[in-house]
Design a protein around this ligand. Structure first.
Ligand SMILES: CC(C)(COP(=O)(O)OP(=O)(O)OC[C@H]1O[C@@H](n2cnc3c(N)ncnc32)[C@H](O)[C@@H]1OP(=O)(O)O)[C@@H](O)C(=O)NCCC(=O)NCCS
Length: 163
């Protein structure tokens, strides 16, 4: 089941976030606590959405549509991110969640969607390409994680419609 995240999901969301921090392949973030996730949920903008994918009564993954920038010229641009429980990768489970993120982005009248993906995370790059994201370019050595420089791919998707 896909639904909007509530504060009771915070610990499960934090657990999944920490798994990807530890995997060192997909996020520059520090490991979050449940309280930090609760705070982030409470601080969401009305044009942002945080979704969870529930499977067998537990949170299997989560995804976010967030504003790209508070500057008014960027009002029609958002950024998506998506993270599954690491035991569930590669089974197609992320696809309905990603589709719903893009449906929500359209409903919120975004026109341009950005995803920032570690360049070494080729599975995630292929995943996003299947949804129509295109590679803008690679920011070389922009991150320093685990004692190594990390490159980040910037991907973009223009949602249909001129306005
Ligand atoms: C990116 C993600 C949401 C895709 O969801 P998914 O359900 O795994 O998607 P798919 O099953 O279509 O698999 C996507 C790709 O992941 C790759 N993959 C499979 N198993 C994997 C594993 N154990 N570890 C890493 N990648 C794997 C697959 O090769 C697949 O590419 P392919 O189909 O071209 O071979 C999910 O893999 C994930 O949460 N990854 C970790 C966090 C992450 O990278 N998030 C993106 C940052 S915005």
């Amino acid at each position: 089941m896909l639904r909007e995240a509530v504060s009771a999901d915070a610990e499960a969301i934090a657990t999944i976030q920490r798994q990807s921090v530890e995997a060192m392949d997909s996020t520059m973030a520090a490991p979050a606590t449940g309280q930090e996730i609760r705070d982030q949920l409470g601080a969401m903008d009305p044009r942002e959405v945080w979704l969870v994918l529930e499977l067998n009564g537990g949170v299997a993954g989560w995804g976010v549509v967030k504003r790209y920038s508070p500057r008014p010229g960027y009002d029609r641009c958002c950024e998506t991110s998506i993270f599954l429980n690491r035991s569930l990768l590669g089974r197609g489970i992320g696809r309905p969640l990603q589709q719903e993120l893009l449906d929500r982005a359209r409903a919120l009248h975004y026109h341009h969607v950005v995803a920032k993906i570690w360049a070494e995370n080729t599975g995630s790059i292929r995943f996003h390409k299947r949804f129509g994201y295109e590679m803008v370019g690679v920011q070389r050595e922009i991150g320093w994680v685990g004692g190594q420089w990390r490159d980040v791919a910037i991907m973009q998707l223009i949602l249909q419609g001129k306005t």
